[in-house]
Design a binder for this molecule. Structure first.
Ligand SMILES: [Mg+2]
Length: 358
């Protein structure tokens, strides 16, 4: 029997800041771009739970977060603290937490700076595995003064959904017998792979819950979703065999940049893109990677409509010129009628390389 845990730190960046600055205790905290008095142009990285009560959440434009904070203040609620991202600090804390996890499991997959999968099959019962997780949570609280939420399930898919089920400081156990019923009443969006666009499309047909989508046969899902349909069919039923990947390597290196103001200035756009290609290429090399195969370009228009386009080369290459050329080619359609018929201005562009090898 497989027993997989997924641990997710609660509001990680904001929680570290709150802990490190006792004066901020209990206040709404937003970690992210500089709000610049409401004119800031980046996004929120993390909001703590007090700030979430104001409607502020990660990936929200920082200017919107600022507005929500001002509105709360006008209602007489506590003032929100805006902080920059102190990545190095969070990395240190993360490393110590990962070490605590590694002490309890022989197979660990770090899925991000604040989340990790680990295999507890050796415990041979969900009760024993839950006990290990309770101890781990306690140790994280005592040593780091931070809380984590954990999901325990027969596979990564259900474990991840379970860790998100009760937050903060939660522990949700879903046994193999319970997995299918556990997913049924959840929103379809909770299934990894179903994004906001699919969610909207399904909602128009009245399909909101996993239960609703389960009415479709494997073949029907294949017709609707293509190759992904059969995989989705299994996911809706809590079936997922993906193994843990012990050797976590950054699978991609990327940069993105928000323009000082929305722009249609081709010179500026190309210059920015080339600069980012240089940065990405250097970082790829400095992290020990020699080649890439896939280039991804992201464009966000002034109205926040966001698109990514990728190209995978026939063979891996380490060529900077190849990166520049491919990124350019991917970006071009967004600057003319092909992908931008209404000539919208650009707010942000990003470049990423994937399929890296050492
Ligand atoms: Mg988290």
């Amino acid at each position: 029997m497989r027993i997989i845990a997924h641990l997710d730190m609660d509001a990680f960046f904001a929680a570290v800041e709150e802990r490190d600055h006792p004066g901020l205790k209990g206040l709404p905290i937003v970690v992210g771009a500089d709000p610049a008095g409401g004119r800031g142009r980046g996004v929120v990285s993390t909001a703590n739970y007090a700030a979430r009560k104001y409607g502020i959440h990660s990936a929200l434009p920082i200017s919107t977060a600022w507005r929500l904070a001002e509105r709360a203040k006008a209602r007489g609620e506590p003032e929100t603290v805006f902080l920059g991202v102190n990545y190095r600090r969070y990395r240190e804390v993360s490393e110590r937490i990962m070490a605590l996890v590694r002490r309890r499991s022989p197979l660990v997959e770090e899925a991000g700076i604040d989340e990790v999968y680990f295999d507890l099959s050796f415990a041979s019962s969900f009760e024993k595995a839950a006990e290990i997780c309770r101890e781990l949570k306690k140790e994280i609280r005592e040593r780091e003064n931070l809380t984590a939420s954990v999901g325990l399930a027969p596979n990564k898919l259900v474990a991840k959904i379970a860790s998100d089920f009760r937050k903060p400081d939660g522990l949700t156990v879903v046994t193999p017998e319970e997995a299918e019923a556990f997913l049924e009443p959840l929103a379809v969006r909770k299934i990894p792979g179903i994004g906001p666009k699919t969610e909207n499309r399904l909602a128009k047909e009245g399909i909101r819950l996993v239960r609703d989508l389960k009415r479709f046969s494997r073949e029907e899902l294949q017709l609707r979703f293509g190759k992904w349909g059969p995989e989705l069919y299994d996911r809706l039923r809590g079936r997922h065999e993906a193994p843990l990947q012990e050797e976590y390597e950054p699978k991609s290196v990327g940069e993105q940049e928000t323009f000082g103001e929305d722009t249609g200035d081709l010179n500026l756009i190309f210059e920015t893109l080339l600069g980012m290609c240089g940065g990405v290429w250097k970082r790829m090399r400095s992290e020990g990677f020699l080649t890439f195969r896939t280039v991804v370009v992201t464009v966000r228009f002034a109205d926040f409509d966001t698109h990514s386009r990728s190209h995978t080369l026939a063979a891996a290459t380490g060529s900077f010129d190849r990166l520049r050329f491919t990124a350019m080619k991917l970006l071009m359609p967004f600057l003319d009628r092909r992908e931008n018929p209404r000539r919208k201005l650009l707010r942000l562009i990003g470049v990423r390389v994937e399929k890296l090898e050492k």
